[in-house]
Design a protein around this ligand. Sequence first.
Ligand code: F6R
Length: 637
Amino acid sequence: MIKEDINFKEAGRFEETRFEKIHNVIFDSSKEASLLVAQEIANLIQRKEELNEPCVLGLATGSSPIKVYEELVRMHKEEGLSFKNVVTFNLDEYYPMDKDNIQSYFYFMHEHLFNHVDIKAENINIPDGKVSAEELRQYCIDYDMKINSYGGLDFQLLGIGRTGHIGFNEPGSHVNSATRSITLDHITRVDAAPSFLGVDNVPRKAITMGIGTVKNAKRIVLLAWGISKADIVKETIEGEISSQVPATYLQEHSNTTFVLDTEASSELTRVKTPWLVKSCIWTDELKLKAVVWLSGLTNKPILKLTDKDYNDNGMSGLLAEEGTAYHLNIKMFNTLQHTITGWPGGKPNADDTYRPERSTPAKKRVIIFSPHPDDDVISMGGTFDRLVEQGHEVHIAYQTSGNIAVSNDEALKFAEVSTVLNSASTESDSIIDFLKNKSENDIDSVAVRKLKGLIRRSESLGATRYMGVPDENVHFLDLPFYETGTVKKGNLTDADIAIMCNLIEEVKPHQIYAAGDLADPHGTHKVCLDSLFEALKRLKSKSFMDDCWVWLYRGAWHEWETYEIEMAVPMSPDQVLKKRYAIFYHQSQKDGVMFQGDDSREFWVRAEDRNRATAKKYNDLGLAEYAAIEAFKRYHF
Ligand code: F6R
């Protein structure tokens, strides 16, 4: 039997606790983890080649395995890894689906792996999304028989859906299920909606390898990245086996490893509340995390927690270090209290010993980086307002054009107005013609993309003018990595980093704000953040950088955990309203947007709910009651 040969345990963070029913290893980044998984696959391919046997791989699509495939392609090109003895069986395909549709898994696999390695075409097996309804049943039986004819899968690579699906085995799937057609869960279709430009375009059915087929693999590695997988990863690893979470069937497989990044592991008991499973090294951050958790658990403000509360909840070790609950409570309360400031740019002429920001210079130069043209006001509209009001020189830098998120109808509206105003415009006429005849598989023409980008520019300028920023301080960076015209973006290149560096050098900021989606594996936010980190690395030796502090707001969907917050900027009810009006300027993103996700709230509602929730958390911990709070974490580079 093929056993895990790469030492994942040593490379990542591994611990066996009584809660965990599946072997799992945690890595700081999905990249680092993906390289190891690719190495295990490469070792297997080579071992099988030496034995002169085919290497039978079960493969997955989706965002999770992309870096594994990238690394395998690199190994093929640079290290001569050959796929001549490899036979692959993909987990699934949408149904019905044409092979040449860019949404097909057939297209995905060729684009990410098969077109770049020396695998034989006849060794590639991907369920056929075009098989007729009458033939489908027999087709699925044959697919399993073909796998069995090779002696089963040597290795199965998996991702996990938020429903707990593996392959497309949605909740309800039987442990012994075979390859078959299946109706997709609504959540799965919502998750696929961005690539299909709307949930209505996502097929309702798919062909999937069964749980029984997957479980017969000799070795299984499941990849999960990002915060959106954290809940299902916990349920799968710690919960009971249930058809409602099909991935839990893997608890019965004796050679499975879950490879996780920090965010995907964040709900595991050993990560979230380590004091419940082991004795801890009590860093300041862990102390605050534990106290905030205890306050939530007991429903008591921090200053009312007792020795008994600590002792009853696995924290007697902490108490022994700190003396009494009384002392620990005060210390933690003060730590949180000191994060609150109405002066995000620092309070001039004030003692700043216990303030999140420096008091000098009193007037700071600030750059707010916004991945899309609206994240600035959605994520930090209140803080933005204070920075301007308090006289700082505020620059806004929109990193991408955001053109992909403007609907065709919206663009058509502007193009039609433009032809009326400008009767001789052939450009508008060609745009109108393109949009009226556009089919599902078409990528927007350059002219259409330009128009969509311009729509977002003018909305952004409306908002920044409303917030009191002069136009010359608003920068549209249009980073090239974004300009593919599709949901899938290019890689960061020097051209992107140079644009970032130029702006930072020009402004020489004392403060930078940026969207801190640290582990959003497929998102534009993560790429934008990487571009900033790389720029900071390149500029680090410049003297002005010594005075530059970086504050991260969390992206549009999540907020920092309370214990992570280092600057909390409260908002009055009037400021909440002002922020709302600023968000309203982004009209193409209102009243039902293209990339809605499974949260049907408008962006301004989400922003207000989130800021109100942060304020409530502070208040529940015993701190002052505010209408809303925006939260930031400092990034040390
Ligand atoms: C893909 C597949 C699915 C995905 C899962 C996670 O072939 O079978 O089970 O692995 O939906 O998708 P991502 O990786 O996009 O989060």
